[in-house]
Design a binder for this molecule. Structure first.
Ligand SMILES: *Cc1c(COP(=O)(O)O)cnc(C)c1O
Length: 396
């Protein structure tokens, strides 16, 4: 059997390569930070990590993790409900609730698991999920694992959402599901209008704060801070793998009965291992840091504003952004790849995206800004973009 299957896989891999869709991995040999070295020995500035607050190599977090490693050991060797709940897990859940202004929180191995284990635990075929068309793969999979009726609305399109909500009146309970920040454009979900529609059409809301937590809102509390809706959204999910230190782990936070049911029924929570104590300890430290000072959030906002203004002044076409994601529009797939590899030669690590990751004719380079970037890093990036942009005729 395998000989035939092997040929099948080899053909698939060839066609991925022919279509330019094969993903190669670049190997980093330093900690994750603004200036990294890759295995070829090349030193580059990193502008494509989700390390928004620059915490991936933070000394305080490393220290907290090391102490927990000594005091609580390496792993839990259990799921939470058997013998995998440590005091640090409980404390981190409390910190998450305080940070988001919610009633209770539940940890997962990842946000992919948080989303995957959410809907099926709460809804059945009598209910409805109304989902933004550009939602993250983990929300899409979570919806697929649930028997609820599915409705879809165009990205951030409130007229379309209203239309779908009218159709969904046929069902018993309704949840509107959306990313907080959409990762390809950097736009924020219009939560204020979503909230109005949810009130009008008797629906609940779920927001995935993965790209917005730590970033959006004056103190980085995410989209509920931005729209002044703290404590009003029934369900938030998020990751510890982006702004919040970048290691691993996810969570759902919100109404306490929802969290309680998830502890009873959510499959990735019941059937997958607890996060390591050191990750929980570093997470606790991280929330304490973020609550005691607004330094990192302020720096991220300053950096993003500076970068976007300078890039626009240089003549680049930048998608309107309300996050730390800056999409430099090129529209041409080939150009996005050529430009990204020229930028790498200039010491700037960024990635070009094109169809099917973004719509046809919407190719771009996505730049992700971090509080870990210093002004000289930003200036070097802008200078490289300007040089390569002129060379390739993107700007004059
Ligand atoms: C990154 C991301 C996830 C996945 O988070 P992990 O913790 O890495 O599994 C889920 N949802 C959104 C919107 C994301 O951007």
């Amino acid at each position: 059997m395998y000989t035939k299957f092997q040929q099948h896989l080899t053909d698939e891999l060839h066609s991925l390569k022919d279509a330019g869709l094969y993903k190669d991995e670049r190997v980093i040999v330093t900690p994750q930070k603004a200036d990294i070295r890759v295995s070829s020995g090349k030193e580059v500035l990193n502008f494509c990590a989700n390390n928004y607050l620059g915490l991936s190599d933070d000394k305080e977090l490393i220290k907290a993790a090391k102490e927990a490693l000594d005091e609580r050991g390496y792993g839990m060797s259990s799921v939470r409900f058997i013998c995998g709940t440590g005091d640090l897990h409980k404390k981190l859940e409390k910190k998450i609730s305080e940070f988001f202004g919610t009633e209770d929180s539940i940890l997962y191995g990842s946000c992919f698991d948080a989303n995957g284990g959410l809907f099926g635990a709460l809804l059945d075929e009598k209910d409805a999920i109304i989902s933004d068309a550009l939602n993250h793969a983990s929300i899409i999979d979570g919806v697929r694992l649930c028997k609820a009726q599915r409705y879809r609305y165009a990205n951030g399109d409130m007229e379309d959402l209203e239309k779908q909500l009218k159709l969904a009146q046929a069902q018993r309970y309704r949840i509107i599901a959306s990313d907080g920040v959409f990762s390809m454009d950097g736009n924020v979900a219009p939560l204020d209008k979503m909230y109005e529609l949810a009130q009008k059409y008797d629906a609940m809301i779920m927001v995935d704060e993965s790209h917005s937590a730590g970033v959006v809102g004056e103190t980085g509390r995410g989209v509920t801070e931005l729209y002044n809706l703290r404590g009003k959204i029934e369900i938030l999910t998020g990751t510890l793998g982006k702004s919040f230190g970048g290691a691993i782990g996810g969570f759902t936070t919100g109404k306490k009965e929802i969290i309680e049911i998830l502890r009873q029924r959510s499959r990735p929570y019941l059937f997958s291992n607890s996060i390591p104590p050191m990750v929980a300890a570093a997470g606790i430290k991280m929330f304490e840091m973020m609550s005691s000072t607004n330094e990192l959030q302020d720096k991220l906002h300053r950096n993003t504003k500076y970068f976007v203004e300078k890039m626009k002044a240089a003549g680049f076409d930048i998608k309107p952004t309300q996050s730390a994601i800056c999409a430099v529009m090129l529209y041409d797939a080939k150009l996005s790849q050529v430009m990204a590899s020229r930028l790498l030669e200039e010491g700037i690590y960024v990635v070009g995206f094109y169809y099917p990751v973004v719509p046809k004719g919407q190719a771009r380079i996505r730049v992700q800004i971090s509080a870990g970037h210093e002004k000289e890093h930003l200036d070097k990036c802008i200078a490289a973009f300007t040089k390569v942009g002129k060379e390739l005729g993107v700007i004059k």
